[in-house]
Write a protein that binds this ligand. Structure first.
Ligand code: GCW
Length: 704
């Protein structure tokens, strides 16, 4: 009796845990039992066993993931068997190299899923099968029909990576979800189970690589002691098809190698790197390669020795030559030149090196020319380096996007860049087609997302920021997916399947980025000055370098606002193709979202909306901030359909977001108003505080 009581209690506890306290840890891989019994039964008829044809590490992972997922969704155990024989109604996992012509058409990591007498998941490699397993689970998780299922899918980009800006001391540069996931002190002896959960979340999206340390790199990662720790992580990631990469500190041969120089053309330096690479592959046989930030923001690099980026990158590529590893060399560079336009820097330093890089080098370019702003035009390097593979670098972590208190769904931002037309050779030469290699026939293709993960229980700080990790991974696999489709998928797997709530949350997500831009940097404003990248400080005019002030970017004066990048200004527009340039260089045809990126516009100028610049700015800032109120109302409506703990968490963050949106609005407008000499137009009520008030607030936020 006691036993029974105890178990009933446990059962109740379990039920209440699974239906009420969602701490977000399980991400989109929840696998809760499908509530609809008929649906469950239909699925179960096609999932009576898993036949595993093969024994590799990754195939084993695939079978186990499928088994665990089905057990959860169907509520019963599914056996893994070696061969189906004549049995039907099961799931076959096969690496199919020769037989099936459809599989032949896949690329190495692609998969095919068919459902005839059995569900067959096939790929050319075991990784393909693993991705197929997650695709099938996604079908079931999102309640899709599986009868007659026939899906083939191949990733459009080869290297799909997260970049972690994690430091040896456990901090994360621009991380808003707690400390680093990697516990360097405990490694390699203690393996936190979370490393595996991290790997499976990534693999479920098709992410196949991860750079585990900050691009502002510590040389320590290349020491034998740290390599042992790093190798322990690689061992975990391997079974999920994820390769590990390291960011390197360019002068490491000096700092840890005892050499007098780190000159990339010096024979001793070359030898040091060759030996180091050998040492790395001894402990990590599938090591992915290096990511390098050099001669950027004070990081040393080849230019310190009179060499260029290609010299530096090629030296590392040569050291990697005997192995299957690559170099991702970042193009995020800009000099402290008061006369220069930071916008032009990457192009100026890299364009002339096109064709000079070793075949193992990919140049990694941020989506925009400046620095992960809420909205930027695409970097002019895309389309202008036909002989050098370019990787896309997006930022998932919300450095300029309101950290962990602002709900911003980033897929629309990623898509806006990927879908931009570079006009390289014909209409339709999108940035995505540059990055996926189809436009210039790149031999290597890559996409990276600066991770938003940390040791917070829910991984990403803001629970809704999980969707940004998700969206990055899904787009890295297939950039043609729509923001809406990805949002729906994620919501169905993660939050709720109640149709009205799904619709409401999808709407919220799709509008969230535009709302943020409106109260943060409307009409093409930007704000990449130093500090926490959080407090709005348009008045900031002092710094060690001009491009680390606010006034450098917005250029407000008594005439108008915005950075003139036409021929009468910095002429950055000349870096784009004529078709792009012609539209953007004319203030009449330049789309409003980019206007202040390229033009210094008079306060009184009438814009296409019929309002003057000043009135338009006010309208954007006010409606943007008010829209957060709308977000709050919408969120309130989904309360019955989502987990209470999650509901309360998001509701709290939305309250903060609202406060911050008003703060942003007031700061910009109170600062600009004396230049514009205009009243806040009706129907908007003028800010209740003064410029001094908001300045004080910013100071408080900057105090550490
Ligand atoms: O956006 C800036 C960040 C730096 C970062 C740098 C970069 C890792 O403020 O924190 O450094 O970009 O991308 O290298």
């Amino acid at each position: 009796m006691n036993f029974l009581k105890h178990n009933v209690f446990l059962l109740l506890l379990l039920v209440s845990v699974s239906s009420y306290a969602d701490d977000g840890y399980r991400l989109w891989l929840k696998y809760d039992r499908i509530a609809d019994a008929a649906k469950r039964e239909t699925y179960a008829r096609s999932a009576q066993f898993i036949a595993l044809n093969g024994s590799s590490l990754i195939l084993k992972t695939a079978a186990e993931e499928l088994q665990a997922g089905l057990q959860g969704l169907l509520g019963k155990p599914i056996p893994i068997i070696a061969s189906a024989g004549n049995q039907t109604g099961g799931i076959l996992l096969t690496v199919n190299k020769a037989a099936n012509p459809d599989v032949q058409r896949l690329n190495d990591e692609g998969y095919q899923i068919t459902n005839r007498s059995n569900i067959a998941i096939a790929g050319k490699t075991d990784a393909g099968v693993l991705y197929g397993v997650f695709a099938l689970l996604r079908q079931l998780q999102t309640a899709q029909p599986i009868n007659g299922l026939s899906i083939t899918s191949s990733p459009k980009i080869q290297y799909r990576l997260l970049n972690h800006w994690d430091n040896t001391n456990g901090t994360i540069e621009r991380g808003y979800a707690g400390e680093s996931l990697w516990k360097w002190i405990e490694l390699p002896e203690t393996i936190d189970p979370r490393y595996r959960d991290y790997a499976r979340a990534n693999a479920s999206l098709g992410i196949n690589g991860t750079v585990i340390n900050n691009v502002n790199a510590s040389a320590r990662f290349l020491t034998a002691e740290y390599l042992e720790k790093v190798a322990a992580l690689a061992n975990v990631f391997r079974s999920y098809g994820i390769r590990l990469y390291l960011s390197v500190y360019f002068p490491a041969p000096k700092t840890i190698g005892g050499l007098k120089t780190a000159d990339p053309l010096d024979p001793d330096v070359k030898k040091w790197w060759t030996d180091k690479v050998k040492e790395i592959y001894k402990v990590i046989p599938d090591f992915g390669g290096f990511l390098v930030k050099a001669n950027s923001e004070g990081e040393p690099g080849p230019q310190d020795y009179g060499r260029d980026h290609a010299d530096g990158a090629n030296m590392l590529a040569e050291a990697l030559a005997p192995y299957d590893g690559i170099v991702m060399w970042r193009a995020f560079v800009y000099k402290a030149d008061p006369k220069a336009d930071r916008f032009k820097a990457a192009y100026e330093e890299f364009k002339h090196l096109d064709g000079k890089f070793n075949r193992k080098v990919i140049v990694q370019v941020k989506n925009g020319p400046i620095d992960f702003q809420p909205r930027e035009p695409f970097s002019p390097l895309f389309g202008n380096m036909p002989k050098t593979p370019l990787a896309m670098e997006f930022q998932i972590t919300q450095e300029y996007m309101g950290h962990s208190t602002n709900w911003v769904y980033e897929a629309p931002l990623f898509k806006e860049c990927l879908d931009s037309d570079t006009y390289v050779s014909r209409k339709g030469s999108t940035v995505a087609n540059v990055v996926d290699g189809s436009l210039h026939n790149y031999p290597l293709t890559a996409i990276a997302g600066v991770a938003n993960t940390g040791a917070d229980r829910n991984w990403t700080g803001h629970p809704m920021a999980q969707a940004n990790w998700y969206a990055f991974g899904r787009l890295a696999w297939d950039h043609t997916l729509s923001s809406e489709a990805i949002a729906r998928e994620w919501i169905n797997m993660t939050l709720t399947q109640e149709p009205k709530a799904v619709k409401t949350i999808t709407d919220l997500m799709l509008r969230s980025r535009e709302i943020y831009v409106n109260y943060n940097t409307p009409i093409g404003l930007s704000r990449p000055w130093t500090g926490a990248h959080f407090a709005p400080e348009p008045w900031q005019n002092q710094s060690s370098r001009p491009d680390w002030t606010a006034i450098y970017y917005h250029r407000a004066d008594s005439i108008g606002l915005g950075f003139d990048r036409t021929a009468s200004g910095s002429n950055a527009l000349e870096q784009y193709r004529p078709e792009v340039r012609r539209v953007w260089e004319n203030a009449e045809t330049c789309p409003l979202p980019y206007l202040l990126w390229f033009h210094h516009v008079p306060w009184t100028k009438k814009l296409s909306t019929g309002r003057t610049l000043w009135d338009e700015l006010c309208t954007r800032f006010y409606t943007g901030a008010d829209s957060v109120g709308w977000m709050q109302q919408q969120w309130a409506q989904v309360k019955p359909a989502v987990d209470p703990q999650l509901f309360a968490d998001v509701a709290g963050r939305l309250q903060t977001q609202h406060k911050e949106a008003i703060w942003w609005r007031d700061s910009w407008l109170l600062y600009f108003q004396p230049f514009a000499r205009q009243p806040i137009p009706s129907p908007f009520k003028k800010p209740e505080r003064t410029l001094e008030d908001v300045k004080r607030l910013s100071d408080i936020y900057r105090l550490r």
